[in-house]
Design a protein around this ligand. Structure first.
Ligand code: PRX
Length: 631
């Protein structure tokens, strides 16, 4: 199923559009099924109702583990690089990983988990995180991984939304020179989570934690009570595999649902093709498993293809900004898949951290999560790839399950800051505000998809109507991505950013309404409006305009208090970079906040604010402009 020439890409693409069922049916033959499908695809974007590989039975862990054992059992599946470079790295072969997953799957069963149960995972980037994810899949339980940067309240909201029965966590996590007390955060969350019966705790940082009798058990003790034999649960292709919460333009994150068969096929197919993965190579994706990139391209994609995947616990700048380059040299990494924010941050340290580092193993580079600016693209190309490693700028989303628009390494061309061409099976179209297709080249519009692909979301957990409203109701018969996009003179796609009220801060997706809700929870705050502004490293920064709160003392302290509230309500990732106290917000006569104006002010483009005559109180705009200047 690996594409080896541009001609083959064109042929495969054509076939995938003309006869999608045949195309995906053939791709799916490269996976192991317990029972074949009777229909490749049924779909209806109105409902929406999407089914891939109907009637087929499988277990994704048999594809990620068991099927490699006979030939590649001793091959490294996961190489774990700890936060502290002085500590030894750990290699888990496919045999070892299989054994650990089966053993932990038995621990889950011993603690009452069964097929269909939802299990929340809140863990550091350690091999046990991948083991926990796969163990859920082994027994047919639905995992809901929550990124380690989210607060107790965010965790509780997510646990309650999907009614998780079990939580898997660790005593704590290391992030650079910081320690994060994961179990403490979970303890706070669980006060408000009546559905959780058991909490399994991994010892990692050895910080003291409270263990509640009857609820909390240690990972290390539990694995002693079970053996390592665990037959995989037989799953229907359309059974739920996992839920992953993501932000949208409303205040409440939604649980994106992916199912077993289609997701597996799509993650595996895109992994092997986009990165042009060659057997035996070492692949390093720097994302966190708490995000979709980690799900699809640290765990399921690479393992389904028998690849060797590096799992890194730490951050790019600890103990110094050479860390990525040291890891590449140490593990002879062939593919590095990272985020523009990381690239920009490392670029800012100059070339010194690269001195003497052997990056000759690098063959393919990848970028994900946000638009990559040309400067960062060229630096990545020249300094890391030495002009010889193609950069795959991969556009996709939590909802798409896998990469959608991207170069195919060594096969299709690259172009700085362009995600370039759709992968086979992907049919993007650009539409105007009214949903009319914008045809031809050198055009811009809202990016939609007009045909289903196996990795797409099926619903949003517990609220199908919300899924319909968010993705399928804006334009008839189209999936709307929420992204703006340019198609250039060569027909190459360049993603220009969100067209809804969603920010992309360091590649993390954050809804402005969520941040506003959090700020408004601060005592004394009457109202706030949050917009994004260009940030040199993070891509976008968060700018909060807050109507003068009551202050206990002085403005600077009150700003810090507000940041503390946001950290408590959402997590540190959503903290505004700038807060400005104002006496009013620009509103229309009907009371709607004119964010367009605030965005322009935050971007420093005050000369051309457009029509402000419909504002309730135009004077407020001048006041805000003056206040921004003084900041
Ligand atoms: O705006 C697009 C941006 O990230 C959004 C999806 O965020 P999330 O679901 O968190 O998934 C991130 C990892 C796949 C998109 O709607 N985005 C993602 N990749 C790119 C991108 N923007 C520009 N270029 C990309 N390569």
């Amino acid at each position: 199923m690996q594409i080896t020439s541009f001609k083959q890409y064109e042929e495969d693409y054509k076939k995938s559009v003309e006869n999608p069922e045949q195309f995906w049916g053939e791709v799916a033959q490269n996976f192991q099924w317990r029972k074949p499908w009777y229909k490749v695809l049924s779909w209806d974007f109105k409902e929406p109702n999407i089914k891939w590989f109907e009637g087929a039975k499988l277990n994704i862990t048999e594809n990620c583990l068991d099927r490699h054992l006979a030939t590649d059992g001793d091959k490294p599946a996961i190489i774990w690089e700890p936060n502290n470079p002085e500590e030894e790295s750990v290699t888990l072969t496919y045999k070892m990983l299989h054994e650990s997953v089966c053993r932990f799957a038995n621990v889950l069963k011993r603690n009452g988990a069964k097929k269909g149960d939802r299990i929340c995972i809140y863990m550091p980037m350690v091999p046990e995180l991948a083991i926990a994810v796969l163990a859920c899949a082994r027994i047919g339980a639905v995992h809901s991984v929550i990124f380690g940067g989210f607060s107790a309240k965010s965790i509780a909201d997510r646990i309650n939304d999907s009614q998780c029965k079990l939580v898997i966590t660790a005593d704590g996590a290391y992030r650079g020179n910081k320690q994060i007390p994961l179990k403490d955060v979970i303890d706070d969350a669980l006060i408000g989570c009546p559905t959780v019966e058991k909490c399994i705790v991994l010892t990692h940082v050895r910080t003291p934690v409270s263990m509640l009798k009857g609820r909390d058990v240690w990972w290390e003790d539990e694995v002693k009570h079970v053996n390592h034999i665990c037959e995989a649960e037989e799953m229907d292709a359309e059974d739920m595999l996992f839920i992953l919460y993501t932000s949208g333009s409303t205040g409440k994150p939604k649980g994106v649902v992916h199912t077993c068969g289609g997701y597996m096929v799509y993650a595996g197919y895109t992994f092997t093709n986009v990165f042009n993965y060659k057997p035996g190579e070492v692949y390093f994706c720097t994302a966190d498993i708490g995000w979709i990139t980690g799900h699809s391209y640290i765990v399921y994609g690479p393992l389904s293809q028998g690849a060797t995947s590096v799992l890194f616990e730490g951050i790019p700048t600890y103990p110094n900004p050479s860390r990525f380059w040291d890891i590449i040299e140490k593990h002879k990494v062939n593919t590095l898949y990272t985020a523009p924010t990381a690239i920009r941050s490392l670029m800012s340290f100059g070339e010194e951290p690269l001195n003497g580092k052997d990056l000759s193993s690098i063959r393919v580079l990848g970028s994900v999560g946000e638009p990559i600016n040309e400067e960062a693209w060229h630096w990545f190309d020249e300094k890391i790839g030495h002009g010889k490693a193609p950069i795959v700028d991969t556009w996709w989303q939590t909802e798409t399950g896998g990469i959608m628009i991207s170069p195919i390494a060594t096969v299709t061309p690259t172009k700085p800051s362009f995600a370039t061409l759709p992968l086979p099976g992907i049919q993007p179209i650009l539409v105007d505000e009214n949903g009319n297709e914008i045809e031809g080249n050198s055009v811009s519009g809202n990016l939609c998809l007009k045909f289903p692909w196996p990795g797409m979301l099926r619903t949003t957990y517990g609220d199908h109507e919300r899924c319909r409203q968010t993705y399928f109701a804006t334009y008839e018969n189209l999936y709307f991505t929420g992204d703006g996009c340019l198609r250039d003179e060569d027909g190459y796609y360049r993603i220009t950013g969100r067209v809804d009220d969603v920010l992309n801060v360091s590649g993390h997706r954050i809804g402005t309404a969520e941040v506003e809700n959090a700020i408004n929870m601060h005592a004394g705050v009457i109202e706030s409006a949050v917009v994004g502004y260009p940030h040199d490293v993070k891509g976008q920064g968060i700018y909060a305009f807050v109507i003068n709160p009551e202050m206990h003392g002085e403005a600077e302290l009150t700003k810090k208090d507000i940041l503390q509230t946001v950290t408590r309500v959402i997590g540190a990732i959503a903290k505004p970079d700038k807060i400005l106290f104002v006496s009013g917000l620009p509103k229309t006569r009907s009371g709607k906040i004119m964010r367009r104006i605030l965005r322009k002010i935050a971007e420093g483009e005050t000369a051309n604010l457009g029509d402000t005559s419909t504002l309730l109180d135009p004077a407020v705009v001048d006041e805000i402009i003056e206040a921004v200047k003084k900041q």
